[in-house]
Design a protein around this ligand. Structure first.
Ligand code: NDP
Length: 289
């Protein structure tokens, strides 16, 4: 693959840590090449850096935009000029567009997940949804699902670090959208069963089941997973988590987090370039192995 760099080439990048494993440079650089766009995308590990100085530098260099990963998704907020409505409600940004020196923050994680839901043939407006987790990714999914018309959202988390965020999310959704959101303790098995039984879509946005701890499942009693419940996991390593294996064994349709990763990138690409990313080609090259 040849990426010609000229005197006009515009730069974009990923900030955060750790980032060396990121698939984003391959995904975006190949898309630029396929579409003949004079742009390039690099990764910068910002573990030791002052974010404000980096942002000032990127602005001075007239980048087209950048992505952020943890811990910078929230730290970036004071340095932006404007937020999309979803990013404001989520309170975190993963994509920034440089609009003639004005930095506009977006959050494409939820957009990516909801696109993968549509891909699986499910209409988010068709029934209640249960979301496991209330961390960063769960926040994006909860807000986007509510904005896209989910009628009811049960947010389930343990009474841990993210419990107060679960309550903030439910309040934000109830105050700003037509979705009705509530919060349940993961340890309350009867309440979890009631939420899941009523739902048509279950989403695991906790890190339970992620490699290397692949034996874990966020659902203590897998018998509550019954068709027609669509069970999804945003974890993509492993491709089939224990939760998805349990759901599939009971006959539920399932999908994993691989396409959320692809589609959040697709959404960022459209924000920066105004063009459609060649998704099928990128999927074939980087997401099928
Ligand atoms: P966070 O750390 O922000 O959130 C993790 C969530 O999992 C919290 O709700 C946390 O609860 C909960 N949790 C973690 N361990 C346990 C446990 N043992 N028991 C109960 N709850 C637990 O992480 P992210 O939101 O950034 O990521 C979550 C997962 O999503 C990761 O596996 C990540 O790889 C995946 N992901 C996938 C993406 C994709 O594109 N497919 C994008 C982003 C993330 P608490 O905080 O209260 O402990």
């Amino acid at each position: 693959m040849n990426y010609p760099i000229t005197g006009h080439t515009r730069l974009g990048c990923l900030l955060g840590t750790p980032i060396a494993h990121s698939i984003s440079p391959m995904m975006y650089n190949e898309s630029f090449r396929l579409l003949g766009l004079d742009c390039i995308y690099l990764c910068f590990d910002t573990a030791q850096a002052e974010l404000e100085k980096i942002v000032d530098g990127l602005k001075e260099m007239n980048v087209y935009g950048f992505n952020l990963t943890m811990p910078d998704k929230e730290r970036i907020l004071p340095y932006l000029d404007e937020l999309s409505p979803a990013a404001r409600m989520i309170g975190a940004v993963n994509t920034v567009k440089n609009e003639n020196g004005r930095l506009v923050g977006h959050n494409t994680d939820g957009i990516g997940y909801l696109r993968s839901v549509r891909d699986s043939g499910y209409d988010i407006t068709s029934g209640p949804m249960t979301l496991l987790g209330a961390g960063g990714a769960a926040s994006s999914i909860a807000i986007q699902a509510a904005l896209d018309g989910a009628p009811t959202l049960h947010i389930i988390n343990r009474k841990g670090r993210s419990w107060s965020n679960a309550q903030r999310l439910a309040d934000t959704i109830n105050q700003n959208t037509s979705c009705r959101a509530d919060v349940t303790d993961l340890a309350d098995e009867a309440a979890v069963k009631s939420c899941v039984s009523e739902s048509l879509l279950l989403t695991n946005a906790t890190s339970i089941g992620m490699a290397p701890n692949t034996e874990g499942s966020p659902i203590a009693d897998p018998s509550i997973l019954q068709p027609p419940l669509l069970v999804s996991d945003i974890i993509y390593n492993p491709r089939q988590t224990r939760l998805l294996a349990q759901a599939a064994a009971n006959g539920c349709p399932t999908f994993n987090g691989m396409y959320m990763l692809l589609y959040q990138g697709e959404a960022a690409f459209r924000i920066w370039t105004g063009q459609d990313m060649p998704v099928e080609e990128i999927r074939r090259q980087f997401f099928l192995s």
